[in-house]
Design a protein. Sequence first.
Length: 133
Amino acid sequence: MSSPNINGFQAIIESSKQKTKEECDMSAINISTNNFQKEVMNSDKPVLLDFWAPWCGPCRMVVPIIEEIAEERPDIKVGKINVDEQPELAGKFGIMTIPTLVVMKNGEIVKQASGARSKNAILEMLPTWGGRK
């Protein structure tokens, strides 16, 4: 009986760690007053923000679309802001209706839309940056 291939196992473990890190990097980020400056205002990428609340039915419909966009568009940073937990940020943006989607570039709002949107409608909010549409 041959001994197990330790190097092979190690390679599989390292590969799965890399995938996990990549997957984490591509998912939407929870934005709070603690990380807003770093993740949104100082971002080197355009940022799509989803203002939402867990009790909001239309918000729950948009969540999987936002996550898909986060995975498919590495040129865009995607953030989620729970308005119940972050009322200061909701107030700063004048959020009166949820879901509200805000696109920011270089710390400035470039697009904003309220209400549930289809994936295509959300993608249309994201102009071409970095060679992607």
